[in-house]
Design a protein around this ligand. Structure first.
Ligand code: 4AD
Ligand code: MG
Length: 462
């Protein structure tokens, strides 16, 4: 007999037929005559109720069917007399693959705090919350590829180990095979990376953008979707040291095309979640955030506000708010400022453009005012910055002079400069932080709860 997933079984109209399910016991209750087993196999948030007549099973078997145990059940599907489920399974055969001792199984009781669950990240996928989050995360990854494939983009795999530190997006993690206790030294006492595995200093990438640009200047429309690493000591609910980023890069797109794409893309993803993950969203809406589904619908239905950084500063300065970080033209916006604009002032997502060049990366296209660059940040309620991007500087001379101004070693970036020397083209792109998206879509409050195994300062267990 073939195994059927709980998701399919709950929809089945074939009462009277025998089915086989395999999964993990959520609860077993009942009396000396009859037991009710709630069984979940991760295919859906809901459980199948298994009804077992105690007399039909050896005592040793049912004793092992405790919360957390993994079992196989064969039984007859019947309409459920109880409310809350359409069908249930009348057990004929039960096999226990693995028991879970009630005295020591950490998920014996319901209602553990998210903080506690972080300490048992090896078991938390078995909770309803993480089942829902992980299914939504999967659906969003799938939708990312679907969207780009449908729109003529090619998926580019940017390297994870990189020899360039040019992006400047954040502190990097070094990749080395040198002996940390006695590295080879140069005469001046610094580490001699010529002796290292790659013959030079290498790090984990902070972004796939520069490589995506190289590919876009050949394939026109490309995107990367991979892990990125930042060694900053930011212990916030929105930062990870290892996170996934989606970075589309488009030849012949200006900043307005870039904003149009970003808006269309995130709306597509949110709508995809509403259309395909409603069971899980309803669970999260009920358990964590009563406004979640409304907020998702509002994203899909509203046009995003677009304004310049300079306009935003004027709004923030005349807001009458007191800020932890004061605002003035030239300062970087903090999460409190971003969220004020989105949640209080406009009540809609905001795309800010034309930031001061000093607070943005070297590759952004310079405006004719000499002060600002064609950057764009997409700001979301509850999250703040969810996307960062820009039109890129495609003019060789302007790019080179900015690189020199910032003292970026030309020997590290000659290949990037060459794309501006040979067949350069106007182009643009952006990066969507995948976990920030999942935070938004699930309504979870901490980024550690939307990635299976979070990497944060002082935390890399599992
Ligand atoms: O704004 P960022 O640093 O932009 C880039 O890396 C560009 N190369 C993107 C591009 O133009 N192709 O990062 C992009 C997004 C942010 O908006 C945020 O959503 C997310 O990545 N992000 C993080 N997410 C989790 N933890 C961190 N430490 C993050 N840093 C950035
Ligand atoms: Mg940014």
């Amino acid at each position: 007999m073939q195994q059927i997933k709980v998701r399919e079984l709950l929809k089945s109209k074939e009462t009277g037929k025998e089915f086989m399910v395999k999964g993990w016991v959520r609860t077993r209750r009942g009396n000396k005559n009859i037991n009710f087993i709630a069984l979940n196999d991760g295919s859906i948030i809901h459980n199948i109720q298994v009804v077992a007549e105690v007399a039909n099973f050896p005592e040793e078997t049912l004793k092992l069917v405790n919360t957390g145990a993994c079992i196989m059940v064969k039984g007859i599907l019947v309409e459920s007399p109880a409310a809350g489920q359409p069908v249930e399974l009348q057990a004929k055969e039960i096999h226990v693959y693995g028991s879970a001792e009630p005295e020591t199984y950490p998920l014996q009781k319901k209602g553990h705090s998210l903080e506690f669950l972080r300490e048992i990240a090896h078991l938390r996928p078995r909770t309803n919350t993480f089942g829902a989050v992980l299914r939504i995360r999967h659906a969003m990854a799938f939708a990312v590829h679907q969207y780009f494939n449908d729109n003529g983009f090619y998926y580019i795999h940017a390297p994870i180990i990189t020899g360039s530190d040019a992006e400047g997006a954040g502190a990097m993690f070094r990749v080395t095979t040198l002996d940390a206790s006695k590295p080879p030294l140069k005469p001046d006492g610094t580490v001699d990376f010529a002796e290292d595995f790659f013959g030079k200093e290498t790090n984990l990438t902070v972004s796939g953008q520069l490589e995506a640009e190289l590919a876009a200047l050949a394939l026109s429309l490309v995107y990367t979707f991979g892990p990125t690493f930042r060694a900053e000591n930011s212990n916030t609910p929105r930062h990870l040291a290892e996170f996934w980023m989606i970075e589309p890069e488009m030849a012949f797109f200006d900043i307005n095309d870039n904003m149009d794409l970003a808006e269309d893309f995130v709306k597509y993803l949110v709508k995809y979640a509403l259309d395909n993950c409603l069971d899980d969203l309803e669970f999260l809406n009920k358990m964590y955030d009563n406004e979640l589904i409304d907020r998702l619908r509002q994203i899909v239905e509203n046009k995003f506000i677009r304004l310049t950084y300079t306009e935003a500063i004027t709004i923030l300065k005349s807001s009458g708010q007191t800020w932890e970080f004061p605002v003035d033209w030239g300062t970087d916006l903090q999460s409190e400022h971003e969220r004020y604009l989105v949640e209080k002032h406009f009540g809609k997502p905001v795309i800010l453009t034309d930031y001061p060049k000093e607070i943005k990366a070297f590759y952004m296209k310079q405006n004719s005012d000499g002060k600002t660059v064609r950057a764009m940040d997409v700001l979301f309620p509850k999250i703040g910055e969810i996307i960062g991007g820009s039109q890129r500087e495609e003019n060789y001379d302007s790019l080179l002079s900015r690189i020199r101004e910032l003292n970026i070693p030309e020997k590290d970036i000659w290949w990037y400069l060459e794309t501006r020397k040979f067949g350069t083209a106007p182009h643009s792109g952006f990066g969507l932080g995948f976990e920030r998206l999942i935070l938004f879509v699930t309504g979870m409050a901490n980024i550690r709860d939307v990635i299976p195994f979070p990497r944060t300062p002082k935390n890399a267990e599992f």
